[in-house]
Design a protein around this ligand. Sequence first.
Ligand SMILES: C[S@@+](CC[C@H](N)C(=O)[O-])C[C@H]1O[C@@H](n2cnc3c(N)ncnc32)[C@H](O)[C@@H]1O
Length: 264
Amino acid sequence: MQEINILDQVIHPEYAIYNGDSCEVLAGIPDDSVDLSIFSPPFQSLYCYSPTERDLGNSKTPEAFNQHFGFIINHLMRVTKPGRNCCVHVAQLATTLTTHGYIGMEDFRGDTIKAFRERGWVYHGEVTIDKDPQVQAIRTHAKGLLFVQLRKDASWMRPGFADYILVFRKPGENTTPILPDITNEEWIQWAHPVWYDIKETETLNAAEGAKKNLARILKEKTQATLFDGLFEETSEITTLPEINHEDSTVLPPLNGNKAFSLFR
Ligand SMILES: C[S@@+](CC[C@H](N)C(=O)[O-])C[C@H]1O[C@@H](n2cnc3c(N)ncnc32)[C@H](O)[C@@H]1O
């Protein structure tokens, strides 16, 4: 692992963790060196993660977010090996009367696909992750999900929002075939376009099993909040050999506002 001149870093034979602005940290990562990236970006300004304007989550407009995110997407394209993938966890966004002037939804999933395609990535696949509408109703009080609205005027009702894992592929030939140790039946399970078995309450923690090293590092060294099951399934589908293979590099480029990591 190479040293990069930033706020702080931990360099280990198995991983490197960089603390800094991802736009700058990524600039120090060599071209065509990453086997897989997996991350969840801020969903525009839905949540506040930190006070700095360097945080994508503090973008003042969707246009500013797209411009800022574009720097990350361009760097991911540059550092990824040809023929390899980048997995991005996203969800759709609600519009509100106070902020947008109307109640509806924003196509953040579509915007993300557009942003990646405009920068040369191939839109390669996606998984829809089922979510519990009741949990969303309680957490967000969205008018379209509330029982009280159902009884008052059901014209406002709408389904809950799903999560998605978007998979983008860098054009070019993969020079190192990935040869996973799974059966055809197991593959059929992974290949389902909708996953119903992701537990929303299980955020990433010290998991047992094949990915335990990665999960442990993520838990100990980052503030990762990707769903545990979701992360494992996504890893399984695209990175099992990478994670278990000492010559592979997995990059989560927005790993919480404390750390950026690169795993070998
Ligand atoms: C949705 S969270 C993802 C957290 C964690 N990696 C995960 O997947 O669960 C996005 C994170 O990206 C961080 N972030 C946003 N812009 C950044 C930037 N320019 N440099 C570094 N981190 C950034 C935010 O502070 C936030 O912690």
